[in-house]
Ligand binder design. Structure first.
Ligand code: FDP
Length: 309
């Protein structure tokens, strides 16, 4: 962070921050994501089925996850900096002429749409063609569509957060927090799937977290659940399940970018036996168990899971 005076005033615009702190290609791609996130957010009431009769653009109603995918994929490919954009919503990545491979989850937690629980989007900027390991990430970011829209990002030099504020008829992102770090004292945990499906070491570790006075906080969106771990310290896990040892979350689109960001915030992410960033996925939609958050806790959990205790 080079412009700390501007940070203290709290009015540093995203574009200015990116000009000072990001390589040009990632700056342009991040700006595209920021602009598209407002369009996606605006579309949620109409596209989610909440307002069935109303469709502002008059075109065929698309499901919100397909809509988000199309908005982000168009925005990213039209920058000229993306080599490919991959997401679970597309059978094949969209190819373009740039050099950065983008893997995204355009609408994380789509089962939360109906209940108005948090939603998010995740983006990983890779320097190698997909699929590739998280070691080739040059940047990662996530968007939260909660009480406020935030964008939390890293380019490998700390984690910084921006918030969308109204500016006349538009919304613009301004710096909210710099150099976010997981607090030393962990307070919360959230674990996906259901307790009876978890492998035994995860069950016993959750019991031990309760014994340590930590609280369960689970909203059902990876982004929302991780976001509170970043604020309060603790662990988010979508663990290995007895009948689904590879868990549920996708490495390229979800766990590697979030783990890269989490490590920049001083945390650690494991698949139960190794750093998530060391996984070399062979397919775009490959999944792995994920244990992400405060480093000492995740390392403890990794030991238990590796030993099968
Ligand atoms: P969703 O299926 O609603 O898109 O990415 C998948 C995901 O949500 C994560 O955001 C979330 O952490 C997890 O699945 C929730 O799964 P469970 O309902 O099995 O807990």
């Amino acid at each position: 962070m080079s412009d700390s005076r501007a940070v203290q005033r709290g009015r540093l615009k995203l574009e200015e921050f990116l000009r000072l702190n990001a390589p040009e290609d990632l700056a342009v791609l991040t700006t595209a994501v920021a602009k598209a996130s407002i369009i996606v957010w605006d579309g949620i009431p109409f596209r989610s089925g909440l307002l069935k009769e109303v469709n502002p653009s008059g075109d065929t109603q698309k499901a919100i996850d397909v809509y988000s995918n199309d908005v982000y994929a168009d925005a990213l490919t039209s920058t000229g900096y993306a080599a490919e954009v991959a997401s679970e919503e597309m059978e094949e990545p969209t190819r373009a002429k740039g050099e950065v491979s983008v893997a995204m989850d355009p609408l994380d937690g789509s089962s939360n749409v109906e209940t108005n629980n948090p939603l998010g989007s995740i983006f990983g900027f890779y320097r190698k063609p997909l699929p590739t390991s998280g070691r080739n990430l040059a940047g990662a970011l996530y968007v939260t569509y909660g009480n406020v829209i935030t964008l939390t990002l890293t380019f490998g030099k700390g984690v910084h957060r921006f918030v969308a504020l109204r500016e006349g008829a538009n919304m613009a992102f301004e710096l909210l927090e710099v150099n976010l770090k997981l607090p030393d004292k962990p307070e919360v945990y959230g674990v996906g799937g259901s307790r009876r499906e978890w492998i035994p070491p995860v069950r016993s570790f959750v019991d031990s977290m309760e014994d340590r006075g930590m609280k369960e906080r689970y909203c059902g969106t990876f982004v929302g659940d991780y976001n509170q771990v970043l604020a309060r310290g603790g662990v988010f896990a979508y663990p290995a399940l007895v009948k689904k040892p590879q868990g549920k979350l996708r490495v390229l689109y979800e766990t590697a970018p979030m783990s890269f960001l989490n490590e920049q915030a001083g945390g650690y992410g494991s698949d139960g036996s190794r750093d998530i960033l060391d996984i070399a996925p062979t397919g775009l939609a490959e999944t792995s168990p994920a244990y992400i958050g405060s480093a000492p806790l995740v390392k403890e959990l990794e030991k238990l899971v590796s030993a099968g205790d």
